[in-house]
Design a protein around this ligand. Structure first.
Ligand code: ADP
Ligand code: LRH
Length: 501
């Protein structure tokens, strides 16, 4: 076999992986080479990522790939979650650890930002949704803390930019991930001078973003020595924002159309629900509903909303593990399926769930606070979290349809969360639309397809999507009328009304 092999480094908030992909007429053949866990590391004062440990795992994955595929490996590219970054000093040394977006230092910083530039000025400039985790507020928090790091920093690299630097020796800022910072100008695609100035962030840290498909040259000699990959392996920048890569690998038959009749949920730690458009939506309604216009491949726009997602059940599982119960997803979902339906509803996006010490207790606390029955066991807690998530999908769908002015026929669900069949069915039932679920590894597939486009093996996104549609792990869930979704939805709306200032 001679088809070229592309390696995708896909670092998620809950796990990282290195996958090998071959792009042929019969689709993308994917092989998982190495998977390792990821998550926040609590240092007491700070919540950080163990970025260097993750890099070590990545090089282990690349070494294994070299052992399996040898000279057939043509290229490598990395994608990760958005918003997080490292700063380098003038000697290219990292300044401090890579901070986790859930670290508490950004609490209340958004309000301070609005004293410098109004909410609508920031929205008009960037088209981004307002979230405390955004890079803009992380950097402003550093400024407000009078961080000496910010004073001596010479370079800002987002997490995938850091990985590409380690892979190739080149320092660039990639566009799709840069678009999650809330520091990019939505019209020009370049860094917004007025925002950087207002937040006192030095402009010399940034370089004009490069587009997905950009080639950074060959891997470094150090990496060649470490992994035994051939020196000819090229580093090709994909859509380095994982959601950007995932949306590229949605098995849809259109790309960035004027009137899309499908939406997506990229379902992992977060659920990112939205549509792919040719142009950003900068209306007042968009700002009010707090949707975001993130940059996608080939000039497309991801109009979407962040939903807290499977984070809640992930963190419940972690807590139960700490208490001595190492339950598999299969076991937990089996317990949930035996629990009563729609016992209680929580607002998954309540700030209570952002980074609590004890997630099952936070779920119970929300139920108590809202006068609902408190789930009594893990099965009931997981069921409550999943049903509530599906209700958030329904709410987000209604906002989305309001914003684009017509209804969606299909919901495409991609990402690790698609393995949760109960959630896929809940999503179809709660939203009353068919859910086309898969591929599970959409992010890695999107990463690999962009490398294939960048290296000239494929000519367009449409061609890439045609290959994704051949994927074998795509399942359709038809909506079923059963269930108490209307009742649950009414509750969620009540919570939102009550929470309004
Ligand atoms: P991220 O990239 O944010 O780390 P993933 O896309 O890898 O997230 O998705 C991870 C989530 O997928 C887990 O939190 C879990 O909820 C779900 N998941 C993973 N494996 C399974 C499984 N075997 N059954 C059901 N759900 C699963
Ligand atoms: C999903 C994701 C999302 C961002 C969040 C920080 O992994 O990239 O799109 O908002 O992480």
């Amino acid at each position: 076999e001679t088809s070229p092999v592309h390696l995708a480094v896909d670092l998620g908030a809950s796990s990282g992986r290195v996958l090998a992909g071959k792009v042929t007429e019969t689709g993308v053949q994917l092989e998982e080479i190495h998977r390792f866990s990821n998550g926040g590391l609590d240092l007491g004062k700070r919540l950080v990522w163990n970025l260097l440990g993750q890099w070590e795992q990545i090089t282990e994955g690349l070494s294994r790939a070299a052992g399996i595929y040898g000279k057939r490996v043509r290229s490598v590219g990395a994608d990760t979650w958005g918003v997080d970054y490292v700063l380098l000093d003038r000697q290219n040394d990292m300044l401090g650890p890579c901070m986790h977006y859930r670290d508490g230092r950004t609490a209340g910083v958004m309000e301070k930002a609005f004293q410098r530039l109004s909410r609508s000025e920031i929205f008009r400039a960037t088209g981004l949704q307002f979230m405390e985790i955004n890079t803009a507020y992380q950097l402003l928090a550093m400024r407000l803390e009078e961080s000496p790091q910010l004073d001596i920093a010479e370079r800002f690299l987002m997490v995938p930019d850091f990985l590409h630097w380690q892979l190739s020796g080149e320092q660039v800022n990639e566009f799709t991930n840069a678009s999650t910072t809330q520091l990019l100008d939505v019209q020009s695609g370049n860094w917004s001078r007025p925002i950087l100035d207002a937040f006192e962030i030095p402009t010399h840290l940034f370089s004009e973003p490069v587009q997905p498909g950009h080639c950074l040259g060959n891997i470094t000699r150090a990496l060649q020595m470490r992994t035994r990959l051939d020196r000819s392996v090229e580093v090709i920048v994909p859509a380095t924002h994982d959601t950007g890569s995932a949306v590229l690998a949605v098995p849809a038959d259109s790309f960035a159309s004027e009137n899309p009749d499908w939406c997506y949920i990229s379902c992992g730690t977060w659920s990112l629900m939205g549509v792919e458009l040719a142009r950003p939506v900068l209306s007042e309604a968009c700002q009010l509903l707090n949707f975001t216009n993130e940059g996608g491949v080939n000039g497309s726009v991801r109009l979407l909303k962040n939903i807290a997602g499977l984070w809640i059940v992930q963190q419940c599982r972690e807590q139960w593990k700490r208490e001595g119960h190492d339950w598999s997803w299969e076991h937990l979902l089996n317990l949930a399926s035996q629990s009563p339906a729609m016992l209680s509803v929580v607002d998954t996006d309540d700030s209570l769930f952002l980074a609590p010490d004890n997630m099952p207790e936070a779920v119970c606390e929300f139920c108590r606070r809202t006068g609902q029955p408190v789930p009594q066991d893990p099965g009931a807690i997981v069921r409550c979290a999943l049903e509530s998530l599906a209700l958030r999908y329904r709410l987000t769908l209604s906002y989305l349809e309001q914003l684009v002015g017509h209804s969606m026929k299909t919901i495409h669900m991609v990402g690790g969360g698609v393995q949760n069949r109960m959630l896929c069915q809940f999503a179809a039932d709660a939203c009353g639309r068919p859910v086309v679920a898969g591929p599970v590894e959409a992010t890695a597939i999107g990463n690999i397809l962009m490398q294939a486009i960048g290296s000239g093996q494929l000519s367009s996104i449409q061609e890439a999507r045609r290959l994704v549609r051949l994927a074998k792990d795509i399942v359709v869930y038809e909506p079923q009328p059963a269930g108490r979704w209307d009742e649950g939805y009414a509750k969620l709306q009540q919570f939102l009304l009550a929470a309004k200032p």
